[in-house]
Design a protein around this ligand. Sequence first.
Ligand code: ATP
Length: 226
Amino acid sequence: MIEIEDVSKNFVLHNQGGAVIPVMAGASLSVGRGECVALTGASGAGKSTLMRMIYGNYLAASGRIVVGGVDVARAEPREILALRRETLGYVSQFLRVVPRVPTREVVAEPLLAVGVERGIAMARAEELLGRLNIPEGLWGLSPTTFSGGEQQRVNIARGFAHGYPAMLLDEPTASLDAANRETVLRLIEEAKMRGAAIVGIFHDEAARARVCDREIDVSVFTPKAA
Ligand SMILES: Nc1ncnc2c1ncn2[C@@H]1O[C@H](COP(=O)(O)OP(=O)(O)OP(=O)(O)O)[C@@H](O)[C@H]1O
């Protein structure tokens, strides 16, 4: 479902005389349906960079990144948007809050975007908000004023609303209490059971051991000259 072949990445520092920093070379990785792969490696090894390339935020210098049959490294912007709507979910640590949109709608939005009937989308949103312990009294309010932890849980609910065939998870259990951490681990297990291919960064070692099938140390993709 996610195929990465011989990918390299350089950063060009335009404000520092155009210095070229090679950060990745020969990155290859394959993630099948129902599989969860953890990216590991020291700080600065390139975990976030690889995730951003898979999501199409950073362009690879060479190689292929194929998600659900779409080569992200070569796709048109509208193809990337369709991929993100239908196939590839990204759960970051932080919610991008849209002012005045109620929490229930924020969570249901990915389902409405793929044409799920409104009643079904809202029911799924409410189920997830309940599981993640967001008080019912908050569901009709915009999450703008929510606490950091509440916004993080709303973001997780939104990220797991639609059954994406492929998912990227950036520290999904960071700073959660035990009960909510357990819920997130169950959501990951449920996603795997329905066949999602998952790539994630997990600093929480116990979480990684429980939900990940394999670990890839991205420092093996650090260019030799770097
Ligand atoms: N936009 C950018 N411009 C220039 N260099 C960058 C950029 N983003 C990342 N880098 C460099 O690429 C390397 C990999 O960074 P990256 O954030 O992917 O590491 P990481 O493994 O995710 O680290 P951490 O665990 O600290 O989050 C680092 O040396 C970083 O300085």
